[in-house]
Design a protein around this ligand. Structure first.
Ligand code: FAD
Length: 740
């Protein structure tokens, strides 16, 4: 006897419901493909699941200048939904958010607790079906499709299909990687068993189990700390060995982790160092979070220089930006630094060719088994970044079906179509512009009720100029000067250097384009000081560095303008933060500060003009690229945008891409607010019929960045978007409008 067999036929089979697999399945399903999403655990999300509990991070984390860098698209939609429903960041509510998102898609059939353990081939390079049994139901499913996507983390489907893969670290010379070891080896980033504890309100005894480590008998505490303030949860660096094969030795590794976790808990409870008498274990994951195992090989293997040199690819379909974050191979028992964060200049591009197998024709892969070197993987592995590749592959699968193509053919003949499709679905593709011929908004005339000027005039507090201070301002054309409010305790001078980032996606002070020094007279009140710049910048921004000067105070505001940012330069005390250019410890780190230096720009280039909503960009690139109303009442905005054509158009769909503060870091930790203040909350869409406006749609309580509004073949020559309220921000911000 064996389990009864069931045949499932779909357009796309996604194996592994980690975050990239979920995004791939949703994207493909939304484009009309039938999809099976298969996961061998009962919770969705892989390492981000309720079971393992790792936070979803991305391109906006662990860097200095990855500003306005948060991934958009499906991963942003999921994160904003979770913020809205779950600001307390309860992991089971997060699971419900993921479950809702998947079950809402009628084209997805979900197979939980189903472990794929067999791959049957049609030819050497072609998968016919994958097969797996379901825990609890005594069923075996055979999943047939023309296309398969491996998001198992371990690359299990690729391995069983005979796909080329690597495991371990490349030698430095193979890809000219300075962060790689001299000789190749089998080491990987180690795994971690997550746990958390709770305060029970009364003393609780803990007796160390016989299998647990007595960590006082190891050398670990000489090199590692068990922090006092967060001792009720696992730390990422409570890691096991990265020297052994993470797949073959999986069970042995879990046992090693148990020994470590129960041993650490013994130290917390019984060493007398922590005052943790009332704490008790609440949860220990049944499986470790795996960081790295197999990497499947695609037509491109993303490597260190692709990332550090921010190389441009014709087939870019996503972006990343997390530092190259390489952990000590021996984890908690290492004598090395816990990790190294190799800091980048800014975000980097992810080419489509890293997402399909070079030798199995119908196999896509997203997730940590994507095609990178070990070093590049140190950055790509964060889940929002991986999810952008997942979404891209879901869209590529749709084009494969539409044109009867294989994944590689999309690169060869349909890559621009894929990129345009992804833009419509809110993926960020560095520098890529909306060129959709079906988008009626591209040829429309846009006018608005008002536009913000490029200035912040009303100082609310002062800040001493006691450290180097950077002011980032978008510039398009010649900028004669900026003025800033300054108070000086005695006669002195301001010295400044003006930089321009070399790439439009960057914000770093890179190329010097001007310098200056201006005398400042002593005064008891701040006065506007004009800094002559005389710089010419093509759709980019400038970084003005003010040198520290004793007795100088700058007028600051808490008001915000997208694209404008103030930062200070601090000495870096951490040996783990490494400069990619030198591979040495970074000497200084720039960090955003509270508030912004007030300024007036001369001239004001119309940076926040209404023409931004059909300029082809739906997020900052070079310039902020959004229409921003002047300052208004967040609850009663009274602002509007008019979209008009010379002739009557037939309208079936309107897509709005609102400002959702792409600098807001959506973190793992509980927050007060469950919405991003910048997002427009209440608005109406009207269309002109004869001389009057008729209501097409009234939206109240919006918290999403992208709003898709369906229309029923409305005939009109003009649309009017009337904005009544934001979620708290005193300006209305809209990146893009598309009309179909
Ligand atoms: C402790 C730890 C901390 C981390 N910290 C962060 C962080 O703070 N932020 C961040 O963004 N990233 C972090 N990472 C990295 C990140 O979690 C991983 O890179 C990411 O989860 C990889 O995604 P994935 O979908 O490829 O794999 P996974 O998340 O492992 O998902 C794979 C999925 O496939 C399923 N699966 C596996 N095999 C099969 C099979 N044979 N059949 C069916 N289903 C299968 C699994 O159950 C799982 O659901 C961390 C990783 C670890 C381990």
């Amino acid at each position: 006897m064996e389990f009864r067999q069931y045949r499932v036929e779909k357009d796309l089979i996604v194996i592994g419901a980690g975050m990239p697999g979920i995004c791939a399945a949703i994207q493909a399903a939304r484009l009309g493909l039938s999809v099976a999403l298969i996961n061998n655990r009962g919770y969705l999300g892989g390492n981000a699941s309720a079971e393992i509990g790792v936070s979803v991070d991305g391109a906006d984390g662990m860097q200095e200048f990855n500003l306005w860098a948060r991934e958009t698209g499906i991963i942003d939609e999921l994160r904003l939904e979770n913020l809205y429903r779950n600001p307390q960041k309860n992991r089971y509510i997060w699971d419900a958010v993921l479950m809702d998102a998947v079950l809402k898609e009628k084209n997805i059939e979900l197979f939980l607790n189903t472990n794929i353990d067999k791959v049957e081939m049609k030819a050497d390079d072609l998968i016919e079906y994958v097969s797996g049994s379901q825990l609890g139901s005594e069923k075996r499913f055979n999943f047939y499709a023309p296309l398969f996507l491996d998001d198992t983390g371990d690359g299990t489907v690729g391995y069983l299909a005979g796909a080329d893969f690597r495991m371990g670290r490349e030698s430095g010379h193979e890809f000219d990687e300075s962060a790689a070891p001299e000789e190749a080896d089998d080491c990987v980033l180690p795994s971690t068993l997550t746990f958390h504890a709770k305060d029970t309100g009364k003393p609780v005894r803990y007796i160390r189990p016989g299998f647990a480590l007595d960590i006082t008998k190891t050398e670990a505490l000489k090199y590692r700390t068990i922090p006092r303030d967060t001792f009720y949860r696992s730390q990422w660096y409570y890691e096991g060995s990265g020297r052994i094969n993470q797949i073959e030795n999986s069970e042995a590794i879990i046992q090693q982790h148990r020994e470590l976790v129960y041993g650490i808990w013994d130290y917390i409870k019984n060493s007398g160092e922590y005052g943790a008498e009332n704490y008790d274990f609440e949860y220990i994951a049944p499986v470790p979070g795996k960081r790295e195992s197999r990497r499947l090989m695609g037509d491109h293997i993303l490597s260190e220089r692709d990332i550090t040199e921010q190389r441009d690819f014709e087939d870019t379909v996503g972006h990343g930006g997390w530092s190259i974050d390489l952990h000590a191979v021996d984890g908690f028992f290492s004598k090395d630094l816990v990790n190294k964060h190799i800091f980048l200049k800014g975000i980097y591009q992810i080419p489509y060719r890293t997402g399909y197998s070079r030798n199995i024709s119908n196999l896509f892969f997203a997730g940590r088994c994507m095609s990178t070197t070990h070093v590049a993987f140190g950055s790509t592995r964060v889940m929002a970044t991986l999810s952008t590749l997942g979404q891209a592959l879901g869209a590529a699968a749709y084009l494969c079906k539409k044109y009867d193509l294989m994944p590689r053919d999309i690169y060869k003949s349909r890559i621009q179509e894929l990129r345009q499709l992804l833009l419509r679905h809110d993926q960020y593709i560095v520098g890529c512009k909306n060129e959709d011929p079906d988008d009626l908004a591209r040829s429309a005339k846009i006018t608005a009720s008002s536009e913000s000027r490029l200035c912040l005039e009303d100082a609310e507090f002062e800040r001493p100029l006691d450290k180097p201070l950077g002011l980032i301002i978008p510039v398009d054309g010649c900028m004669a000067s900026i003025s800033i409010p300054v108070r000086a305790a005695s006669d002195t001078a301001i010295e400044y250097t003006v930089y321009e980032p070399v790439k439009r996606e960057n914000y770093n002070p890179e190329r010097i384009i001007a310098r200056g020094r201006v005398d400042v007279r002593a005064s008891s009140d701040p006065s506007w000081v004009r800094l002559p710049l005389n710089v010419s910048v093509d759709r980019n921004k400038i970084f003005i560095e003010l040198s520290p000067q004793a007795g100088l105070y700058l007028g600051m505001t808490r008001d915000k303008l997208p694209g404008v940012m103030s930062m200070v330069k601090n000495p870096n005390g951490s040996p783990t933060l490494v400069d990619a250019a030198t591979m040495q410890m970074k000497e200084f780190i720039w960090r955003p500060i509270e508030g912004t230096v007030c300024f007036k720009a001369d001239p004001d280039h119309g940076i926040y003009s209404s023409s931004n909503v059909n300029n082809g960009y739906s997020r900052p690139y070079g310039l902020p690229n959004l229409w921003l109303s002047e300052k208004t009442n967040a609850d009663q905005c009274g602002e509007y945008i008019r979209i008009s054509w010379h002739e009557v158009k037939t309208i079936n769909e309107i897509i709005l891409y609102f400002d959702d503060d792409l600098n807001y870091r959506i973190s793992y930790w509980p927050v007060e607010n469950n919405v991003i203040p910048e997002v427009v909350r209440d608005y109406d869409i009207l269309y002109k019929s004869g001389d009057e406006y008729r209501l097409l749609k009234s939206v109240r309580g919006n918290y999403k960045r992208v709003n898709n509004i369906k229309a029923d073949s409305i005939q009109t020559g003009e649309l009017k978007l009337v904005f009544h309220a934001t979620n708290g921000f005193p300006r209305v911000g809209l990146y893009e409008v598309r009309v179909y």
